[in-house]
Ligand binder design. Sequence first.
Ligand SMILES: CC(C)(COP(=O)(O)OP(=O)(O)OC[C@H]1O[C@@H](n2cnc3c(N)ncnc32)[C@H](O)[C@@H]1OP(=O)(O)O)[C@@H](O)C(=O)NCCC(=O)NCCS
Length: 191
Amino acid sequence: VSTEKFKSSLSLIMENIIITKATGDDLEVLKTIGKLTFFETFSLENTEDNMQKYLDEEFAHEKLKEQLEDRNSEFYFASIDKKIIGYLKLNFAGSQTELKDNNAIEIERIYVLKDYHGKNAGQLLYNKAIEIAMLSGVDYVWLGVWEKNLRAIQFYKKNGLVEFDKHIFMLGEDKQIDIMMKLQLNAKKEI
Ligand SMILES: CC(C)(COP(=O)(O)OP(=O)(O)OC[C@H]1O[C@@H](n2cnc3c(N)ncnc32)[C@H](O)[C@@H]1OP(=O)(O)O)[C@@H](O)C(=O)NCCC(=O)NCCS
């Protein structure tokens, strides 16, 4: 770990990044952080039309409301001094986008505002996912990540996730490849 990176992480730890579970009242803030982080992450590499279509569909009021009320999904926020800087979405059982394995949890979204990358917020959200997976007693966690999202792939690799498959993901009209990665939590079992 470089000195600069260490200092930057330390200053934010001192600023106190808090992880809290979202409730039904958080729909508007969830919509805001969801759209903003998605846009920041993918707008440079995707057409405006495809981005707009995705944002309109995936962050539509009704869709998010349903997800917040879903007993098989959970959202968590990372915040500093009440400012939300990132969020996590976990899916259990039948609410996973694929696999739908009762012995697994999907990390569907882990998104941090650009200004806060490399400052431990992503790590704290990820740690929360692992904590919940351990408490739930599932065998593994898994996720899909765009093959061109090198920073996220590197982040997952350093956290021990390994590639196990590749799937097609539609961003608007654009067919993209997602790398599927997983972390086995129960060493005795293999999927
Ligand atoms: C994914 C995310 C949560 C990770 O959090 P983070 O704070 O950025 O993570 P870190 O800085 O600890 O780790 C990122 C790693 O990628 C490396 N990295 C940075 N830029 C990179 C690049 N362009 N290519 C490859 N690796 C890169 C970093 O050096 C670091 O690895 P290291 O610690 O071994 O040096 C955060 O980057 C994020 O929110 N990104 C935007 C949303 C997103 O892409 N979410 C994932 C969707 S599947």
